[in-house]
Design a protein. Structure first.
Lengths: 370, 350
């Protein structure tokens, strides 16, 4: 009797939780393994009992999309099971994320490395978009890195499908620094271009090694963008002054990208520029980006296995953990989820790596305008 | 081909999306396969419930008239029509209704109505569908509009429903495919001038009728949509199919292979696509009261026995966990600081 519950129990037994490795806003993440094969996995345990409306929307979105998406550059959901009041997602185990790598000052990035990460990001994103899925929370911290160097898009808690064009959607998505101007201006009809803007910001961050457009509030975000890229004219971006939350924030001249990205090639800047076009319809698509000359020019992308990885040299005292959490608390927020960006550290190895990263946090970020 | 060294664009392959979906992989059956699944499910359920009756009181199962697989399907069908009524009342989008209908059908490919009555499962399936289609409504607002329904009636079954769906929440719908055909037609070079919206409405009604059948468990959404469209207007359906499939053998679809399938879908819609007769269902429901699983009837002897057994198992597990935790703490080689902060003693609820 109750074959369904028995099957669930069998699945549960197949995944062994070994130790806690992290904690998100609504989940605890464990390192674990598959009982039969020993394969290392991450088990994300979502407490459901606490929600008065049952399974919450982030969990539902994450399961819904990851169940369908199978791609080398999208995190793999291996299994799902429930345990009393918890929902458990079994994910492939991923050692680090792009944020940690960017902040690890002991690492040097070659242009070919950046090209490789960008290629993998665009491949994963093109696959999402081809499946009519918007991610809506792309940022370095959600691009996880496997031990073989493969980059995987993760965290689909804010994703949605966009099969219905002209369907009104919330503009309270995407972490502020990576949020495109059409969302900051309250646009409710948008598309794949929102994710492309985020990728543009990540691209710039890979070159600068600090967030490119770190606004301090939603209002300041618009200003930060315009200070860097110039205030758009009606010709640059037709109709933007009609968006619901439009406010004029002053006239800033456009500074050539070249002034800030001094070492970048012309192809690099051309692609970056196309990701950061104000008019969403003119912004490059993930598919076109993959065909951009940048990816065909020398140097060729670094093989994933040869990409820089987080170093694990220093041994830091545990109190660094709190300092990190503290600093992250002032990071960019997403109103829609009101999630903190708390990230608890786990193994000594990870601890070391992440501590180095966090120490060089945003307090030292130079202004984004020249 | 080594995808890592290939140029990024080379890795973009255009495989048909539907064929990669969980629906295509896990929720499509042959008519015979479907019948077999239901027969087996019914057999196993009857045997188990009979056994429970006998344990309770020997001889008590001999004159119980258990439901057969067809009667189970009939009862579920009645509740499919109730989903429509509820959706109309709440003014939910069509997506919600179609999704909830699929969930209910899929649920009963894994469960029997003798364990879980569709009147309860239906409410949970619909509530879950509002969330998975991104049309969430608060549970309070939901239950307050449905008579004699408490929040727990909906939530208690949520995990069971989600598990039965194998946590595969995405459903591809025929009504969307129909909309695609309709838009396509308008952009044909020789687009017919007389595309009256009533054609679309008629076809949509056939798609809606198909929801009361097994069509979606056997055929693809586009096959159902085209069949429904062809029922509304055979000429236009042919025109669309010709524009789509002729000179395009690469996808293995030709008019010759498609039209026989459409006939099967049409037959099914005409034969099964209507609400069941109330009298027949009432009779099934009356018998269900006598043959439902006593382990699922709160207060019965079998129900209490099962609860006691579950409590015992949970207790055993808790004890095991505590003793393991103690062992770990006293491990002289353990990382003392970390073990206290990182092992979660606190939530032994898994
Ligand atoms: N697949 C994984 N492999 C290894 N560790 C992971 C994996 N997924 C998550 N983690 C770890 O668990 C932590 C929490 O992850 P989770 O996705 O729940 O939250 P988050 O993204 O950090 O925060 P939030 O829930 O607020 O968005 C991560 O920061 C990471 O350290
Ligand atoms: Mg995250």
């Amino acid at each position: 009797m109750d074959a369904v519950e028995k099957a669930n129990e069998a699945r549960q037994k197949n995944w062994i939780k070994d130790r806690k490795v992290g904690e998100g806003a609504y989940a605890v993440v464990y390192q674990g393994r598959e009982a039969t094969t020993g394969r290392k996995v991450a088990v994300k345990k979502i407490r459901v009992g606490q929600f008065k409306d049952g399974l919450d929307m982030s969990a539902i979105r994450e399961v819904k999309y990851l169940r369908e998406l199978k791609h080398q550059n999208v995190i793999e959901l291996l299994d799902v099971f429930s345990s009393k009041t918890n929902l458990n997602l079994v994910l492939e185990f991923l050692d680090s994320d792009l944020e940690m790598i960017i902040k690890d000052r002991s690492l040097v990035f070659l242009p070919a490395d950046i090209k490789s990460w960008m290629a993998m990001t665009f491949r994963g994103l093109e696959f999402c978009h081809r499946n009519w899925i918007l991610h809506r929370d792309l940022k370095p911290n959600n691009l996880l890195i496997a031990s073989d160097g493969q980059l995987k898009i993760a965290d689909f808690g804010l994703a949605r499908d966009f099969a219905d064009p002209g369907y009104k959607m919330t503009c309270q998505v995407i972490t502020r620094w990576y949020r495109p101007p059409e969302l900051l201006y309250g646009g409710r009809y948008y598309g794949t271009a929102v994710d492309i803007w985020s990728v543009g910001c990540i691209f710039a961050e890979l070159m600068l090694r600090i967030p490119y457009l770190p606004g301090e509030s939603d209002m300041d975000q618009i200003k930060t963008i315009f200070r860097a890229l110039g205030t758009p004219t009606e010709e640059d971006w037709p109709g933007h002054t009609k968006l619901p939350d439009y406010v004029p924030v002053g006239q800033f001249p456009r500074t050539p990208l070249r002034d800030l990205f001094t070492a970048a090639s012309a192809d690099t800047l051309n692609l970056l520029n196309k990701c950061l076009i104000y008019e969403p319809r003119k912004r490059i698509s993930a598919l076109d980006a993959l065909h951009h000359p940048y990816f065909f020019a020398l140097p060729y992308p670094t093989h994933p296995s040869k990409l820089p990885k987080c170093s694990t040299v220093l041994n830091r005292p545990l109190d660094e953990v709190d300092a990190n959490v503290e600093m992250n608390a002032t990071g960019p927020g997403v109103k829609a989820t009101s999630k903190g960006l708390k990230r608890k550290l786990a193994s000594p190895t990870e601890l070391k790596a992440r501590s180095i990263a966090r120490r060089l946090d945003f307090s030292k970020a130079p202004p984004s305008s020249p | 081909m080594d995808s890592d060294s290939a140029t990024p664009a080379e890795t973009v392959r255009k495989e048909p999306l539907f064929e990669a979906s969980t629906q295509f992989r896990n929720w499509r059956f042959s008519p015979e396969g479907l019948a077999r699944i239901r027969e087996r499910l019914n057999d196993v359920a009857v045997a188990a419930i009979r056994n429970t009756f006998e344990v309770d009181q020997p001889g008590s199962s001999s004159n119980v008239a258990f439901l057969d697989a067809n009667e189970e399907v009939l009862l579920v069908k009645l509740y499919l029509t109730m989903i429509s009524q509820l959706c109309a009342m709440f003014r939910f989008p069509e997506e919600v209704e179609a999704t909830a209908v699929s969930y209910l059908k899929r649920f009963y490919l894994k469960n029997t109505v003798m364990d879980w009555h569709p009147k309860n499962v239906m409410l949970t399936a619909l509530f879950l569908a509002t969330k998975t289609t991104n049309n969430p409504i608060s549970l309070e607002a939901y239950t307050s509009h449905i008579p004699k329904t408490a929040s727990s009636d909906v939530l208690d079954l949520e995990f069971l429903v989600a598990q039965s769906l194998n946590f595969e929440f995405v459903v591809w719908h025929a009504h969307r495919a129909l909309w695609g055909i309709w838009l396509d037609l308008q952009s044909l070079p020789d687009a017919p001038a007389n595309l009256s919206p009533s054609i679309y409405d008629t076809a949509l009604n056939h798609v809606r009728a198909s929801r009361l059948t097994d069509a979606e468990l056997i055929y693809s959404p586009s096959q159902i949509a085209l069949a429904a469209f062809s029922m509304a207007t055979p000429e236009l359906a042919l025109q669309w199919a010709q524009s789509k499939f002729s000179g395009n053998e690469s996808n293995g679809l030709t008019l010759d292979t498609i039209f026989p399938v459409l006939e099967l879908v049409k037959t099914m819609i005409l034969r099964d696509g209507h609400a069941p007769k109330v009298d027949a269902v009432r009779e099934v429901d009356r018998r269900l009261k006598l043959c439902k699983n006593p382990e699922k009837v709160a207060g019965s002897k079998a129900f209490v026995a099962k609860q006691v057994e579950e409590e015992r198992k949970a207790e055993e597990k808790r004890n095991k966990k505590v003793s393991e935790a103690q062992k770990e703490q006293s491990d002289p080689f353990g990382e003392t600081i970390q073990s206290t902060s990182l092992v979660d003693y606190g939530d032994d609820d898994d």
